[in-house]
Design a protein around this ligand. Structure first.
Ligand code: KG4
Ligand code: ZN
Length: 368
């Protein structure tokens, strides 16, 4: 039994599930309007770059060292004190558990000290609501492509906490494919943005890459064959123009598969939501890629869907999306006990995850 609290919510959000220590203050008005009062992201890229990827121990330690000052900076930028908050929302998973525990423990301490409700937020739910942080409020329901370093899935989103998975990757996540191919091409970590920069002006037709799972009628993705083929090609490619072409071909292959599978999901979703406004949302780190956005927008338009993506700053990991997920839950009267646990794996649609035991989540367990 839950009680609705349509009163305004001013929520401190905390995000520590991977290599960003982030805090934000978001105000959700009673009519559903959203204001981001602050969003501070402390990146650990410099600490992890020498290792070519995220080192969990280094990440957890960096979160411990910076969480308090980042939370204080978020409150300062928002012009509010702990006394002005109506709740605290912290990522409780999925992700690197050492880091998750840092943010969740900090959130519990604030909630306990200030007598505030705590929301233990699923990081993926944060990505799912992130498009609602933009200037124009995207209403529920919508079809969501959640595409990041650890996840690649299509979800029918009816509201906060009400997601049904329509398809997901059977091997790697799209961001993982970007990162691993970028690494094979000698590009610096994080690979996705570096590969996008290299691809500028390249000819995507110059290389033939495998088109995975396109003959299948489902909405599942696969990137491992592309990853292997591209890594093999990368070994023999040294001239800068060829490297640009290969990067452009990889980017086009990933964007193409995302668009084709999303289009398939749109067809089924449109049948189920006949007569309703149709909305397609892309969220997660890979949604920052302009070629990916363009292909998805074209597919959405062709299928009669309105297209939406979060502002660029809210595609990659941030705490504003966690604060908003928390505020939306609090508005529904949903909060969590102070003994809420950190969950390294935590699928958004638990029923679908249980029904597909062969599914192997991407890098970092079930991290998004
Ligand atoms: O959601 P996110 O910040 O966090 C985790 O997955 O932990 O997504 C990060 C992923 C990485 O794989 C990164 O390479 C990818 O998103 N990414 C991009 C771009 N920006 C971030 N991939 C392609 N093009 C980009 N511009
Ligand atoms: Zn994420």
């Amino acid at each position: 039994m839950t009680l609705a609290h349509p009163a305004p919510q001013t929520v401190l959000g905390l995000e520590t599930s991977c290599d960003e220590t982030a805090a934000a203050v978001v105000r959700r008005h009673a009519d559903g309007r959203v204001e981001v009062l602050s969003s501070v992201v402390g990146s650990q890229i410099a600490e992890h770059a020498p290792y070519g990827g995220v080192v969990p121990e280094i990440a957890a330690r960096a979160h411990v060292e910076t969480i308090e000052q980042i939370a204080r900076a978020a409150l300062g930028e928002a012009g509010v004190g702990y006394g002005d908050l109506t709740g605290v929302a912290a990522t409780a998973g999925p992700g690197l558990v050492g880091g998750v525990m840092v943010g969740l423990s900090f959130g519990k301490a604030v909630a306990l000290a200030r007598g505030l409700p705590l929301v233990a937020v699923n990081h993926l739910e944060g990505h799912a609501v992130s498009a609602r942080l933009g200037a124009e409020l995207i209403d529920y329901p919508f079809l969501l492509l959640l595409v990041s370093g650890g996840h690649c899935q299509l979800l029918s989103v009816e509201g906060v906490g009400a997601c049904r998975r329509l398809g997901s990757t059977i091997d790697d996540a799209a961001g993982e494919a970007f990162d691993k191919i970028a690494k094979a091409m000698g590009l610096p970590y994080p690979g996705g943005p570096a590969l996008e920069r290299l691809a500028e002006g390249g000819d995507p037709q110059a290389f033939q890459l495998p088109r995975m799972l396109l003959g299948r009628k489902d909405c599942d993705f696969s990137f491992s064959g592309l990853k292997t083929a591209a890594a093999r090609l990368a070994e023999g490619v040294t001239a800068e123009t060829d490297r640009r072409d290969l990067a452009a071909a990889v980017q086009a292959a990933i964007a193409g598969q995302l668009a084709e599978k999303s289009a398939r999901a749109m067809e089924g979703y449109a049948r189920e939501h006949a007569g309703e406004p149709l909305r397609f949302v892309v969220a997660g780190g890979v949604a920052a890629n302009k070629a990916v956005r363009a292909r998805l927008e074209a597919a959405a338009t062709a299928h009669g869907f309105a297209f939406a993506a979060p502002p660029l700053a809210y595609c990659t990991d941030n705490a504003a999306m966690i604060a908003l997920a928390g505020a939306e839950r609090l508005a529904l009267g949903l909060a969590d006990p102070l003994d809420a646990v950190a969950r390294p794996r935590w699928p958004l649609d638990e029923a679908a995850a249980a029904a597909s035991p062969t599914h192997k989540p991407g890098r970092k367990g079930a991290k998004a």
